[in-house]
Design a binder for this molecule. Structure first.
Ligand code: MEV
Length: 319
């Protein structure tokens, strides 16, 4: 039996633009998803995931190509891609467990995919570099959902805080171990594919305006990288506010996100912005350590839920 676990993620800067060959900054979050794998002597893959009420869901190894419900597709397509690439075949017992709910938008699909791939390498005794785990996991995520820059996969593989360019063209750690962040959940589940497609349509309709926004976001991401390295939190906060202005212009913010952002800024935060596709999910706030508690209270008063998490976290590992 082998076990692997991978962290979730929070986008700090650069969402949406990162789909179009621009950089972003992503932080890994120590809410992990674990996967246990064991070889079986027959040709069955038996899945258990108590967190999503999945009990003994059985798939034949030769049927991995069939379309399965979305909640188990990441694991099954990861197994299929691994078997195809490394010419393997075996029945498996699979169990998954999440420390966080998929409704928060903290990257549960990418974390479960990366944990599965890492556990497969371990189970079949194949040495793999982080890059290989990233490539196979990113292919899996694209096979299942058809879109995505891969930043969430990179956070799950490498951990830490990363400067990332579309598809993993650049994956560079930003060497920092501690960042004064608050995470607020709006209570609304974001629909990432719909928002990504909406921005895509706007890009076709108004290429100059939208490309202009993407280029401004790129400049903000580059400045933020330096200011994070310098631990200049006041400047990082200011850059978050500028990034949020541009996301608002893209039309991806929401009433709930704006309420929480306003509550945080009114109680003294350096900066606050949505994190991820927008439309709901989480927002992130940067402030002095002294005001973190006041800001948490203000977010709760405005209807948000505080997500306590260690940021950054360690990347995928076997245990
Ligand atoms: C979603 O969390 C972030 C987006 O940039 C999509 C992606 O990069 O895959 C909107």
């Amino acid at each position: 039996m082998v076990k692997a676990s991978a962290p979730g993620k929070l986008m700090l800067f650069g969402e949406h633009a990162v789909i179009y060959n621009k950089p972003c900054i992503v932080a890994s979050v120590d809410h992990r998803i674990s996967v246990w794998l064991k070889k079986r002597n027959d040709n069955q893959i038996i899945l258990n995931a108590p967190g999503i009420n999945l009990k003994n869901y059985t798939v034949l190894v030769d049927d991995l190509n069939k379309p399965y419900p979305r909640k188990i597709r990441f694991v099954l397509v990861a197994i299929k891609n691994f078997f195809e690439k490394y010419k393997m075949k075996s029945g498996l017992d699979v169990e998954t467990k999440a420390e966080f709910s998929s409704r928060f938008g903290l990257g549960s699909s990418s974390a479960v995919t990366v944990s599965t791939i890492k556990a497969l390498f371990e189970l079949f005794g194949i040495e793999a570099e982080q890059r290989e785990i990233f490539n196979l996991s990113y292919k899996t995520v694209l096979d299942v959902q058809g879109l995505g820059s891969g930043f969430d996969v990179a956070a799950a593989v490498y951990g830490g805080i990363l400067f990332f360019v579309t598809g993993g063209k650049v994956i560079k750690p930003i060497e920092i171990t501690d960042i004064p962040l608050v995470v607020g959940y709006t209570g609304v589940k974001a629909d990432t594919p719909t928002l990504v497609k909406m921005v895509g349509r706007k890009l076709l309709e108004e290429p100059d305006r939208i490309n202009g926004i993407f280029n401004k976001i790129k400049n903000i991401v580059n400045l933020a990288k330096t200011e994070i390295e310098n631990k200049n939190w006041k400047k990082v906060g200011h850059l978050m506010n500028l990034n949020q202005d541009l996301l608002r212009e893209l039309g991806v913010s929401s009433k709930e996100l704006e309420n929480l952002i306003k509550a945080a800024l009114d109680s003294g935060a350096y900066g606050a912005k949505l994190s991820g596709a927008g439309g709901g999910d989480c927002m992130v706030v940067l402030s002095t350590r002294e005001s973190l508690n006041n800001i948490k209270k203000a977010i709760e008063k405005a209807g948000g839920i505080i997500i306590e998490a260690k940021i950054p976290a360690e990347g995928v590992r076997t245990e």
